[in-house]
Write a protein that binds this ligand. Structure first.
Ligand code: F6P
Length: 368
């Protein structure tokens, strides 16, 4: 890539699964680029797909981002199947994966982009890191409802998902109490249990099952039986989609490519846990799978503010030529880290401290 001297035009894309607050970041990028830095902004559609097929781009002005702050999803569209290093094509009716990363670099140049803001989860940020190593001037913004990105205290979208799931628990409590039932609620969180943990505490659950703590179903059932004996005829169990029993496996709905993305699709653990609880407690059990309800809809105020701070900070990184970095939240401060540090793994729930211990102190069981 050419050396960037004077920045005039930047691109922005949203990659991976959507989450509440993406539009708020896009708005902040366009506003601060236009008002503070006098940059032109090009919106790239459908994640990295828009850099493989560069007719999928459009100018973004203040007018285009008017009114989008409270709106869920992303006005640019997104994709979790557009990895330029393994781009899916069909040749003679057969699916193939091709490395089109060099085309992406060329397209960034031909679009006249002096820098690129990639708003994404661990998959998109890893792609951004690889493109940066090839010379593309990129900065990252961490998004995901799962809150599993290393090097930031929290991602935007997470708090909205927790709010949505907590409200669902409040509603399930009232019907559970009326019918003396056990309500099992399966929430998202493929490899980490942040959503289940915070929702379980915020929504007053009795049992929380997370991927980081493989569970003993006997202990889960005992907890519910003990509650019944002490007069609590209803119980609430929150299960991460990625939770698994001790010595068992996660419940996979379908593997890629059938899953339609780059990762397997999880699901089904809620029903399995519900069936076991029904058998051993002889109580009536109902299972609710919240699914994509947690991803859709308007971002909460916290996420709107965090998204705005991230968007502004990302454009500031560009102005300071701090390419290859990602904005992050550390305590109350917005800082930045190298994309290299982000690629090192996932931020998992610590099992012997913090919120898990808080939950156990008030009698919540993790089935251990
Ligand atoms: O990574 C975010 C997430 O919402 C996970 O919690 C969930 O397993 C996955 O995305 C679902 O992805 P899709 O929308 O492709 O089914």
């Amino acid at each position: 890539m050419k050396t960037v001297n004077l920045i005039k035009r930047i691109g922005v894309l949203t990659g991976g699964g959507d989450c509440p607050g993406l539009n708020a970041v896009i708005r902040a990028v366009v506003k601060s680029a236009t008002i503070k830095h006098n940059y032109e902004v090009i919106g790239i559609e459908d994640g990295f797909d828009g850099l493989v097929l560069p007719d999928k781009t459009r100018n973004l002005t203040l007018w285009n981002v008017r009114g989008i702050l409270p709106i869920g999803g992303t006005i640019l569209g997104t994709s979790n199947r557009a990895n330029p290093f393994e781009y899916k094509v069909t040749i003679n009716g057969k699916p193939e994966a091709r490395d089109v990363s060099k085309d992406v670099i060329k397209n960034v140049q031909s679009l006249g982009l002096d820098a690129l803001v990639v708003i994404g989860g661990d998959g998109s940020l890893n792609i951004a890191h690889e493109l940066f190593k090839m010379g593309c001037p990129i900065v990252g913004v961490p998004k995901t409802i799962d809150n599993d990105i290393l090097a930031t205290d929290v991602t935007f979208g997470f708090n909205t998902a927790v709010e949505t799931a907590t409200e669902a628990l409040d509603r399930l409590h009232t019907t559970a109490e009326s019918h003396h039932r056990v309500m099992v609620v399966e929430v998202m969180g493929r490899y980490v249990g942040w959503i289940a943990l915070e929702t379980g505490i915020g929504g007053g659950a009795d049992v929380i099952l997370i991927p980081e703590i493989p569970f003993d179903i006997g202990k889960v059932c005992q907890k519910i039986i003990n509650r019944k004996k002490s007069g609590n005829k209803a119980s609430i169990v929150v299960v991460s989609e990625g939770a698994k029993p001790i010595g068992g496996e996660v419940s996979i709905l379908c593997a890629p490519p059938e899953a339609g993305g780059s990762a397997e699709r999880l699901g089904g653990i809620g029903n399995k846990v519900g069936a076991e609880i029904g058998k051993c407690t002889e109580m009536e059990v109902r299972v609710t799978v919240l699914g994509h309800l947690q991803r859709g809809g308007s971002p909460c105020a916290f996420d709107r503010i965090l998204s705005t701070r991230f968007g502004v900070a990302a454009v500031d990184l560009i102005a300071n030529k701090r390419f290859g970095e990602m904005v992050c939240l550390k305590g109350q401060r917005i800082e930045s880290v190298s994309l290299n540090d982000v690629a090192k793994g996932q931020k998992r729930v610590p099992t012997e401290e913090g919120l898990v211990k808080t939950a156990e102190s008030i009698g919540i069981s993790f089935g251990r």
